[in-house]
Design a protein around this ligand. Structure first.
Ligand code: 13P
Length: 247
């Protein structure tokens, strides 16, 4: 059985004061949740603060990116081994904002995925099509290409632990969510290339009001949450929906 996972992606939203309030509220709320795991992926400078606040709680820590290199002259980069030293369990890899705004391609992303695994953490590989690709009927071809690059390098067995997040680019921060049926169709397509135990999360405008319907789909194993992860009550409501998903 796949344990559902709800992961918050804070993106570039944080401050010491806001983090403390948010993490204390999320940790308190998550303490009584059974049947779903949760994590928060925070900006690099706050990893130490978050690791301290989350110690002994049910909330796992994650980062939003990692270098594909182990070490060296790569100014401004952060290695996977560094993240592991701060108790990171999850690392987002290939988020669409990294692909679109920072030019990350499939080869580089597969290197990042491999580096995160080598450091003993769990990569969360993000895949998803743009609106243009969806309208051109290229949704499956796009996510298959994104996944293939990683499978070719790390192998399918890596997905016994690694997580996939399907995030249609047109649904991110837009208030426009994939319908539960649209999400399920892509998740089922991805599942054929993965393992029965691979957790496949849905991301893109997940809110308390739509999370239950999304999580009720057979191959939707939780969510990757952007905006709603910054509001403790919303994030906890989404976590509760994941915990209640019917088999
Ligand atoms: P929103 O939930 O704000 O649409 O963001 C989704 C996302 O990009 C999570 O990684």
């Amino acid at each position: 059985m796949r344990t559902r996972l709800v992961a918050g992606n804070w993106k570039m939203h944080a401050s010491k004061a806001a983090n403390r309030a948010l993490l204390e509220a999320v940790a308190a709320g998550a303490a009584t949740v059974v049947g779903a795991e949760c994590a928060v992926c925070v900006p690099f400078p706050y990893l130490a603060q978050a690791a301290g606040l989350l110690q002994g709680t049910k909330v796992a820590l994650g980062a939003q990116n990692a270098s594909e290199h182990a070490q060296g002259a790569f100014t401004g980069e952060v290695s996977a081994a560094m993240l592991a030293e701060f108790d990171c369990r999850y690392v987002l890899v290939g988020h669409s904002e990294r692909r679109q705004l920072y030019g990350e391609g499939d080869a580089q992303i597969s290197g990042k995925f491999s580096a995160v695994l080598a450091a003993g953490m769990t990569p969360v590989l993000c895949v998803g099509e743009t609106l243009e690709e969806r309208e051109a009927g290229r949704t499956q071809a796009t996510v298959a290409r994104q996944l293939e690059a990683v499978l070719a390098r790390s192998g399918r067995a890596a997905f016994a632990t690694a997580v996939v997040a399907y995030e249609p680019v047109w649904a991110i921060g837009s208030g426009r969510t994939a319908s539960p049926a649209q999400a399920q169709a892509v998740h089922a397509f991805l599942r054929q290339r993965l393992l029965p135990e691979t957790r496949i999360l849905y991301g893109g405008s997940v809110k308390p009001g739509n999370s239950e319907a999304l999580f009720s789909q057979r191959d939707v194993d939780g969510g990757l949450i952007g905006g709603a992860a910054l509001v403790a009550a919303d994030f906890l409501a989404i976590l509760a929906a994941a915990a209640q998903r019917k088999e």
